[in-house]
Write a protein that binds this ligand. Sequence first.
Ligand SMILES: [Zn+2]
Ligand SMILES: [Zn+2]
Length: 295
Amino acid sequence: MQGRGLPIPRGGTRRNPLRAGGRGPSSDSHMGMRFSILASGSSGNCAVLRTEKARILIDAGFTQRKLRQLLHDAGEALEHIDAVFLTHEHGDHCAGIDGLKRFPHIKVFANAATARAVQAKLDHKVGWQIFETGARFTFRDLEIESFHVPHDAQEPVGFTFSHGQEADLLSPRRRLAWLTDLGHAPQHIHEHIRDVDVVVVESNHCPRLLEADTKRPWPTKQRISGRHGHLSNQAMCDLLESVASPRWRHVFLTHLSRDCNSHEAIETALAGLRTRLACQFNIVASGGGTSVCEL
Ligand SMILES: [Zn+2]
Ligand SMILES: [Zn+2]
């Protein structure tokens, strides 16, 4: 992991990500993967992933109105979204599912436990696409794999999304790992994020700022920092350090606590990693999104 001498930009939070490349639909063939985070944090999480044949959301943690606005700002629309993939049933990941009843063409993928938990709070029947955690499956030109993560939900998962073929020059293999809402990172998670081009990983809180926080009662702090809560900045760094894959091109640090984390705290934790890894680190501000990442 050389990295020395390579310019590593600081994280950006530019809007209008899918317009950023200036490409129209005519250039969509052989487009590979395009990815952007619409917003991230405890007030809601959602990302868009596009390939030639699929346009999906990863989580939908906003009201339909807010979701529409975020998509509009990104040059997208719910009318063109094919599917949503849910990690777990917490509101900051699935609050938008109720509003999708007006868009029955959007398939909602989740494991059975998550689907049950989300469905129980809705008054309309969602057309669920149920997957088994750990099973690989395809959706159009995407390959999807899910894996268990330790978090206080029914059956929370992380995902890898893959597109293209290793030997295909026009559509080379690209892979993205999505990993938020986990209290710690068991060994199997290391394997899931190793062989990917993009890692999206939670960097939720700074333990010092969490401890000093006056808004949260002690049990909430215990929950956040517990084995089934959220990854601290240091735990995120320890995970990346122990995997340290030379394949990584972009690492997005997400799901930041608004009150109990800061850009500076993450930069301090990241200092050692930056010298060892050549990938670009993008710190996604709480409530913020990212520009488009083309793969
Ligand atoms: Zn959660
Ligand atoms: Zn969350």
